[in-house]
Ligand binder design. Sequence first.
Ligand code: PLP
Length: 452
Amino acid sequence: MNIPPNLPNARPESHLFYQTRQRRPLLAEARDVYMWNVEGKRYLDGSSGAMVSNIGHSHPHVLAAMRAQMEKSTFGYRLHFETDPSERLAAKTAALMPEGMEKVFFVSGGSEAVESALKLARQYALAIGQDSRWKVISRRPSYHGCTLGALAITGYAPLTDPFAPMMQAMPKIPAPRAYLDGLDPEDPATGAHYAAMLEAEIIAQGPETVLAFIVEPIGGASTGALVPPEGYMQAVRDICTRHGVLLIHDEVMCGGGRTGRFLGADHWGVVPDIIAISKGFGAGYAPLGAMVAQDRIVGPVLDGGGFLHGYTYAGNPLACAAGLAVLSVIEAEGLVGNAARIGALLKSRLEALMEPFPFIGDVRGKGLLLAFELVADRQTMAPLPAAMNAYVDLVELAYAEGLIIYSRRTRDGREGDHFLICPPMTATEAHVDEIIEKLTAALKAFAPQALR
Ligand code: PLP
């Protein structure tokens, strides 16, 4: 590991700012599942950053592909040139999608992918003469991005409330959190129960006003890897079809292979009208995402005057070359299968932690999109007191152990601290051992506070 000599870890006040004043150590180097700070401390990237670095860091094949593309061109504006990497990535992406999802629109991140999906849906409605349809139903809790359009359909009050006057209010239905409602997620009646809430909302709003329903097939940060109950995804598809409502799958986090299938919705064979994908698609090598849609949606829009939307960096050849290389690594190394296999092992090891740590209330997820939730009481699923700040403290304790995990406290009247454990899809049995060992140490250090 080479520590660059000119990067001291103790730094003066920075000009850089993000969400808070928190400072983190400078990153020196990252390889596969490991990251080193400039003082040489090693971290196991147990959350792939923000569930992004799906193929691990600094993969030589991707670096070589990016270097080769850099020698040719790093930018070609779409009004002047098409590029070979974007053409090839679009074809490869379409081939990984369900039948009929043929048209690919590139963007630079998840929020852009979701914005693009909303605007394509609206323009499609206009193109087919359904001007009255504009409402997009989503779920609470949910996270679909930070731009004002994506935020309007996000169900997470701390992020949305300050901007409410600047956004169009959009209807929300509850996410199917069977584990909080004491329902059996394996029972098809549970899936039907939650899906019925969508139909009731469409009817209450007036079906002729409803444009789309957006859903994460497998939840990300907002719900902590929520897997829908049996039958839910299929029932939602049927309801949308019945009422002429477009179904948008937000696969920004669960797409790209991490759940053990390329798309989260592939677990149920459900085909939406529009898909948003990002994080694992660029896998941390380039800002990259895509909105993928059925030709029958895109066609009327293009024929009716064109899609009134686009980003300067969209389809950037360097980003697309990285995306192509990421997909070929996933294929060549069998990483989707590895995510399923190692994910099952990691999940069982997390479940085993429920015995020594009674404040773990739930372990959930699929493949390597896994999470656990901390509670004050496992029987009632009562949350830990907010003042305890569990979602911050446990992350810090793990970080001190050299393990990176990702957390969120839901705040929709049914608070809960959950922690995403999502290492790169290259993780091995030995990495699972290391994650559990470090997490156990962090949970032990956390326990005395939790039980106070
Ligand atoms: N949609 C989902 C499901 C996400 O998890 C995220 C980011 O966490 C986004 C959209 C927004 O993506 P980005 O942060 O790349 O804009």
